[in-house]
Design a protein around this ligand. Sequence first.
Ligand SMILES: Cc1cc2nc3c(=O)[nH]c(=O)nc-3n(C[C@H](O)[C@H](O)[C@H](O)COP(=O)(O)OP(=O)(O)OC[C@H]3O[C@@H](n4cnc5c(N)ncnc54)[C@H](O)[C@@H]3O)c2cc1C
Length: 292
Amino acid sequence: MNWLNDFRDSIEPNAPLADRTKYRLGGNARWLAAPKSRQDLVRIVRQAAIDEIDVKTLGAGANVLVRDDGFDGIVLRLDQPAFTSIRFDGERVHAGGGADLMGLAQQCARRGLSGLEPMAGIPSTVGGAIRMNAGGRYGEIGNVVDEVCLVDRTGCAHRLARTDLEFGYRSSNIGDGVIVSACFALHACDPLRTVETFKRIWAEKKASQPMAEKSAGCVFKNPPARSAGALIDQAGLKGAAIGGASVSTRHANFIVARPGAKSADVLAVIDRVREVVADRFGVSLELEIDVW
Ligand SMILES: Cc1cc2nc3c(=O)[nH]c(=O)nc-3n(C[C@H](O)[C@H](O)[C@H](O)COP(=O)(O)OP(=O)(O)OC[C@H]3O[C@@H](n4cnc5c(N)ncnc54)[C@H](O)[C@@H]3O)c2cc1C
């Protein structure tokens, strides 16, 4: 794997991941790569495929729980300028896969470009949000994605048009490809209105979610026509704790981590919640978060 030497200044061996996730938990990545250009990214992904090294892309780490023993592969982070730029072109906005989603949504709202206001209060990069089809009751990001540039697992670049993209509830057909950039189709509106909507949605989130605590947002997907949070609450699990992790008393679908917590504690709470909810309601809860 001599090629790794060519990236000495952008690939760090045995790199901690905890500080790069919102949970602040978990072990190290065997390698953490911050490619400086698309060409570098393609080369890293291609070589990893040849050497059968697992690759994962980390965004803002807001939907990921890294296990305590870490990840035995390459973790890509797209925080170099080649992947974080934003360009406005009328009602279309081009953004890098590593661009900060909230910052982008805020800029769009200020310019009176409507469509990304439902992203208020969602910690994310553009790539992570598209992969997860992030959103909530006011809309999902998939509604406004017009095009995605992707590098697949073998290192081939693709341009996916709107018609190639499929979005579902917290899911997309992006698979394990790396989103390097995306284009959003928004519509012009009164900036006072878009800013007001953005602020209202953000305030609503702050009032209902434990934003200041360490978490990865909602842990479970809502089962069809039901609310995972309501089931967990009705099962009497709010506040249930194992080690340093507990079901939030504020929002039952959040599992929060206190200082000293281990990823294993969060996983143990997840198992407990699934067991109790299955026993009580016969519902099998599916994970929304990605466990590495
Ligand atoms: C306090 C809090 C509130 C939240 N509220 C919401 C909410 O209201 N609605 C909601 O939908 N989510 C919410 N979340 C979850 C999270 O913010 C979203 O899932 C977010 O879109 C994750 O983006 P990320 O950049 O952090 O991705 P990460 O968590 O880093 O990664 C998530 C997944 O996307 C993949 N990925 C990341 N970047 C890329 C890329 N460039 N290309 C391809 N794949 C990539 C990762 O490999 C992983 O599988 C919340 C989280 C927190 C902590």
